[in-house]
Design a protein around this ligand. Structure first.
Ligand code: FAD
Length: 478
């Protein structure tokens, strides 16, 4: 008999899961994606306004993790891939009343070159010396208790590197509190660098030597050379293409799952409007707190674990200007704002400098970020308040006095999962509990990485496990 798989959540994770299942299993099963919103894509959301391309949610993905790039190619989007503009690789940091370029050659917090750090006016001399001492600080024992990003950076590179570089750049990616953010669950490469080479500086110097001897080590030769990639018409083209590849009738928009129970060896999904669906397997690809609500009656312990994954709110405001109205050279990707500066924005992307085709000739598009851990009240506001706050901040930081041609703001309510200390153990426990329910899988940004490539991988893995399960069960029945 044809089996039914229901995927809850039509973000990039759920759509990838559905497509993978349909590719692998064809007519051997029926698959539905239940999505609460009226459009697929979840947090991936792009808009066109005049001749601008505006990203409301994510604006790019990294190429180091291959899954997103591979998916775009599979979907036939290779001609639309655009790398971030290579000429302008600087990111600025707002500090003591002005924008300072981040020292050249930084791999997030780890410097690859000594001279740019020494020359930088972002850091004080004691701060630079403290960073240099990192070379001599012995690594921690591998079995030492888990460290937060803040504890790790303070121990290795000092307080100033934490405040001016690691917190705005790294904790900023997760909109997180660096004192609570698990380094192991978010940036494990720095732990590996410490364990393998004894220090981050040693690891970076060795990396440089290897690259000199063998330039192929610089990266995957077949991938675009940029570290960040987007799509010409906006990232939403990826989720639109995924949705378009699904068998008609798969995607059920505007429906919301209220709860899930089990009856006669099947799952029963009860919708908000009281309708229900039966399924042999279920992939839960909604945010963890929404999934917790759905599984509360099925498994209260699992629900409790899922609820323990905290989320915070952020907001984005995109503003369009005439290029001549911006006094800054815009010679970089944008800037980040350390918490200690007490401003109400966390970062600003110079979107039209970052990727080609984001603004028409003679115009510029900038995007301001607000909120995150400890500052959610700044994000949880109406559109007019968000735009006004962004304008005030742009006047102070970039000297933009003009009114924007137009502005678009969006509050991402509880959209950013927090990978806090103990995250790996929490997820392991949630997955152990979920595995006790035959054919039930967790997938998405809350578990093994919140970046788009991580979500795609998570959706694909859940689909492959589901397909295997269905195939095994069919063999047993036969
Ligand atoms: C502002 C912002 C900027 C970001 N920037 C980047 C970036 O530049 N690069 C990057 O790699 N990542 C970025 N991210 C992270 C990345 O966008 C997300 O982690 C990823 O898109 C999440 O995909 P998902 O499918 O797991 O979840 P979602 O996109 O959240 O999809 C889950 C879906 O489940 C649906 N749902 C919820 N409850 C129910 C229910 N009861 N019934 C049915 N459906 C339900 C929701 O409506 C939603 O559509 C950013 C995130 C944000 C918020």
């Amino acid at each position: 008999m044809q089996k039914t798989v229901v995927i809850v959540g039509g973000g990039v994770t759920g759509l990838t899961a559905a497509w993978t299942l349909q590719k692998n299993m064809g007519d051997a099963m029926r698959c539905f994606v239940i999505e609460r919103a009226l459009r697929p894509g979840g947090k991936i959301s792009s808009a066109r306004r005049d001749d601008f391309v505006v990203e409301i949610g994510p604006d790019s993905f990294i190429t180091q993790k291959p899954d997103a790039l591979a998916l775009c190619r599979e979907l036939g989007l290779q001609d639309r891939l655009v790398g971030s503009n290579a000429m302008e690789r600087t990111t600025y940091v707002w500090s003591r009343g002005r924008l300072h370029p981040l020292p050249e050659g930084m791999l997030l917090m780890a410097p690859a070159k000594v001279m740019p750090v020494l020359r930088s006016r972002l850091l004080t001399w004691p701060g630079k010396l403290r960073m240099g001492m990192e070379y001599f600080i012995p690594p921690r024992r591998p079995d030492a208790p888990e460290e937060s990003l803040a504890a790790f950076v303070r121990r290795r590179l000092g307080k100033e590197a934490l405040e001016k570089i690691a917190t705005p750049l790294m904790a900023g990616i997760h909109a997180a509190d660096p004192e609570r953010l698990s380094l192991r669950s978010t940036f494990p490469m720095f732990l590996e660098m410490e364990q393998k080479h004894g220090s981050l500086l040693r690891a970076m110097l060795r990396r440089k030597r290897v690259q000199k001897v063998n330039p192929a080590h610089k990266g995957n030769a077949s991938a675009p050379s940029s570290m960040f990639v987007s799509l010409r018409g906006g990232l939403e083209q990826m989720t639109e293409a995924l949705a378009a590849h699904l068998t008609p009738g798969t995607l059920r928009l505007g429906e919301s799952v209220a709860s899930i129970t089990r009856e006669d060896g099947q799952y029963v999904l009860i919708m908000d409007d009281g309708q229900y669906m039966r399924a042999d397997a279920v992939i839960l690809a909604a945010p963890a707190y929404a999934t917790a609500q759905m599984v509360q009656t099925l498994d209260a312990q699992l629900a409790e674990r899922l609820r323990a994954i905290r989320y915070v709110s952020t907001a984005t405001v995109s503003l369009a200007y005439r290029r001549s109205e911006i006094p800054h050279a815009l010679d970089g990707y944008g800037f980040v704002v350390p918490r200690g500066e007490h401003r109400s924005i966390t970062a600003c992307s110079w979107s039209s400098m970052k990727f080609p085709g984001r603004a028409p000739e003679g115009y510029a598009l900038v995007r301001v970020f607000l909120g995150g851990a400890g500052a959610e009240h700044l994000a949880e506001q109406g559109e007019a308040e968000l735009v006004e706050r962004a304008r005030v901040e742009l006047r102070t930081t970039m000297g933009i006095a003009a009114h924007p041609q137009w502005a678009v703001a969006h509050c991402w309510w509880k959209a950013n999962p927090q990978y806090e200390l103990g995250h790996a153990a929490l997820v392991e426990e949630a997955e152990r509990l979920a595995a006790q329910h035959d054919g039930l899988h967790l997938a998405g940004a809350a578990y093994h990485g919140a970046g788009i490539p991580d979500c795609i991988r998570s959706g694909r893995v859940a689909a492959e496990m589901t397909a295997k399960k269905i195939q095994t069960n069919r063999c047993v029945t036969i």
